[in-house]
Design a protein around this ligand. Sequence first.
Ligand code: BGP
Length: 463
Amino acid sequence: MVEKKFPENFWWGAATSGPQCEGSFNKKNKNVFDYWFEIEPEVFFNGVGPSITSNFYNSYEEDIKLIKQLGLNSFRTSIQWTRLIKDFETLEVNKDGAEFYNKVIDECLKNNIIPIICLHHFDLPIELYDKYGGWESKFVTDLYAGFAEKCFELFSDRVKHWITFNEPIVIVEGQYLYQFHYPKIIDGKKAVQAAFNINLSSAKAIKIFKDKGYSKGGKIGIVVNLTPSYARSNSEEDEKASFIADMFFNRLFLDPAVRGEFPKGLTELLKEEQVIWQGTQEEIDIIKNNRVDFVGVNYYQPRRIKAKESTVDTSQPWMPDKYFDNYEMPGRRMNIYRGWEIYPKGIYDIAINLRDNYDNIPWYISENGMGVEGEERFRNSEGIIEDDYRIDFIKEHLEYLHKAIEEGANCFGYHLWTPIDCWSWCNAYKNRYGYISLDLDTQNKTIKKSGYWMMEVSKNNGV
Ligand code: BGP
């Protein structure tokens, strides 16, 4: 029995990215991960790099058919800057790259699947880091805008939903704070400048999209990973710490994208610390005047925060962690494979926050999911992986999402990460997320129990 119906035309879908499903196969230029694997392969789980990943480059037709078979009506992937563009400054296009993305888009449309195309999924060209310092550089914001324009020019006759960046705060955290993306720098001031420049890049792409008429019949948004910030207690100190963490990790991108401005409290704090970004009035106006049409929200885990207890080493460069400590709440429910807390109510809290504080902007869940190691042990005699834990995980999140929609949240879809098991950066193929399993040796793809379950959910438009 279907107890919870979702709105008409709800997006049932799944998301992946170019670097993670098609990898570097037949690519002429390298991104930061391609390069990092070349110099430090041992960092990547079992030494598996981005060369073929899930073979989407060669098997996109079969893969899109499988996605169709799940009953999904929408699919997000990304265009790799390093695949499409041969020369980042003249914007000379690599013909193979353009042809590949044309075929992927056409195949989606042939199968009645809405393609949602992202322009940046952690995949900065290494050349732009080496020459200009990557996101630290204003010049790179123009190169990115040029790349975005090229994508609109080539594909916007068919692609009607664009995403400027996936999880921009993760780029900042990974590259400049916590060392999980190359170049693994620890430098809060550079992190802050990169955050400003990525916001500016996104706004520049939106400006081109709107000014040059690509927005006719199309929409553009950003995907942010929101980690609702929960204070350990309602003491003033814990609440303040949690408020600051929220400004840095959530609102640093959400606010400029939707409201056109940075949170005041955050800019004041960064000024006081003398780590505020360099930004001209003209740049601030570009951000202000070029906001997103919709938001994609990736939700995996909450952020639990307590007032700072450890001492801050003032001889070290400034870090946002100066104001808070992470809090390990006793009894929290964990996904032990990924080390992330499972907290389905977080999705409800996000929905209500967007409803009440962000003008109820249209949004969708662009990623949610559960990465599990060693799923082969759950394969039954008929060859199907019985991933009941994933079904439970999705169901619980959908229930909270449904409740929020009933209460007026403007959510128009739910995408799982990911349709087919794909490459997880440094974790490579350790944890599997898909509705469809991948045998890495044979590249065989088989639908999991959760995939069969999703067929019913999408058919019934509800759980
Ligand atoms: C998000 C990213 C995805 C994906 C997912 C799962 O942060 O947008 O690219 O990888 O998380 O995380 P992971 O692969 O690190 O387990």
